[in-house]
Design a protein around this ligand. Sequence first.
Ligand SMILES: NC(=O)c1ccc[n+]([C@@H]2O[C@H](COP(=O)([O-])OP(=O)(O)OC[C@H]3O[C@@H](n4cnc5c(N)ncnc54)[C@H](O)[C@@H]3O)[C@@H](O)[C@H]2O)c1
Ligand SMILES: O=P(O)(O)OC[C@H](O)CO
Length: 346
Amino acid sequence: MPQAEPVGVIGAGTFGTAMANLLALNTEVMVYSRSEELAERLNREGFRFGVKLHERVTVVNDFSLVAERCQLIFPIVPSDAFRSMMRSITDHLRPNHVLIHGTKGLDVTGIQEDQIRTRGIERKNVHTMTDVIRQESVVVRVGALTGPNLARELLDGQPSASVIASKFDEVIDRAKLVLKSHQLHVFGTHDMLGAELAGVLKNVIALGSGILKGVGLGKNIQAMLITRGLVEMVHFGQALGSDKRAFFGTAGIGDLIATATSKKSRNYMFGYRIGSGETLAEVAATSPELAEGVRTLMITRHLARSMRLRVPITEMLYQIVFEGHPVNEAMNYLITYPYDVDVDFL
Ligand SMILES: NC(=O)c1ccc[n+]([C@@H]2O[C@H](COP(=O)([O-])OP(=O)(O)OC[C@H]3O[C@@H](n4cnc5c(N)ncnc54)[C@H](O)[C@@H]3O)[C@@H](O)[C@H]2O)c1
Ligand SMILES: O=P(O)(O)OC[C@H](O)CO
C-alpha cells in the first residue's frame, strides 16, 4: 500500500533517478529538475538513462510544489552545487521538513575553489552536506543516505543496502518506511559525521584503485591500496571529529568495496582513464560532470597539509592527478613508504 504523502527528490541525475524509482516501490515521488525541458520530456516519454520511470514518479520544474506536497525530501545533487541549490530553495522550506541528502562530497566556504591549490584550506573552511542544510535553511531534522549504491546497478533493478544516518530516530524510521523493499536493505545509524565522511573519502581510494587497473597492475597491489586507503580514511575521519566505527560498516568498507572495484563507478573509471594515460584535462573535456573523488582529493590533500595529517595515498594520488606525476614512480613511493605498523589506529 503506497504512503499517502509523496516523497521529494531534488536532482534528476543518475542517483536521483535511481532513488526515485526505488522510493516509488513504496510511495508517490516528486522529482525536482531544474530543467523545464527535461521535466516535460521525462513526464512525456517516461524513460531516463534507458530505464522506465516508475508510474508513481512525477518530475516537476517548480520546487514550491515539492515543498508544499512533500515533508520528506532527498536532495541529490553534486557537492559543488549543493550550497547554491540550498540557497535557491530555502525560502520554500519550513521547520517541519525532513531533508536526507545523498551527496558524497564536501562543501568549501571562505576560499574560492580555484584558490585551494595555491592557498591551501583549513578545517574551518570544510563542511558536510548536513552542515550546509542546517546553515542554509530552517530545517532541523536532517540525515544522510549512504552505502554501496552504484546508481547503474540500482537502475537495473539489482539489490543493495543503504545506510540512513541521522541524530533523530524519527528521520531514520521515516526513511526506512519509504526505502525498504525487496531491492534495498536499510540500516540506520546516529553517527552522521562518520557515515557521511566514509562515503565521501572512499571516492578518493576508488579513484586510486581505478588508476592501478588502468596501468595494468593486479589484485595484490589493489588490495594494499584499498587496505591502506581504509586506514587513511579512518585517520581523516578521526581528525575531522568522527568515530571510526562507521568506516567498518556498510557506509565505509561496504561502499569502498563497491566503488573501488566496479567499472560502473565514475570515480573508479576516472582513475582508470588516468592510469591508461589520459590527463586530467583530457578526462574533464569528455565528462560533463567530474567524479566527486577528484574534487574531494583536491580538498583533502590541502586540508591534510594544514592539519599535518600523514596520508601518503592521498598525497600520491594528488601528485598523479593534479601534477602529472608518473604512476610508476608514485607506486614506488607507496611500496617504499615507511609504514611502521599494519593497523595503526586505536
Ligand atoms: N551515481 C552514483 O552511483 C551515486 C551513488 C551514490 C551517491 N552519489 C552521489 O550523488 C550525487 C549526485 O550524483 P549523480 O551521479 O546523480 O550525478 P549526476 O551528474 O548524474 O546528476 C546530478 C544532477 O543534479 C542536478 N543539479 C545540479 N545542480 C542542481 C540544482 N541547483 N538544482 C537541481 N538540480 C541540480 C543536475 O542537473 C543533474 O541532473 C553525487 O554527490 C554523488 O557522489 C552518486
Ligand atoms: O560516483 P560513483 O559513480 O563513483 O558512485 C559512487 C557511489 O558512491 C557508490 O555508492
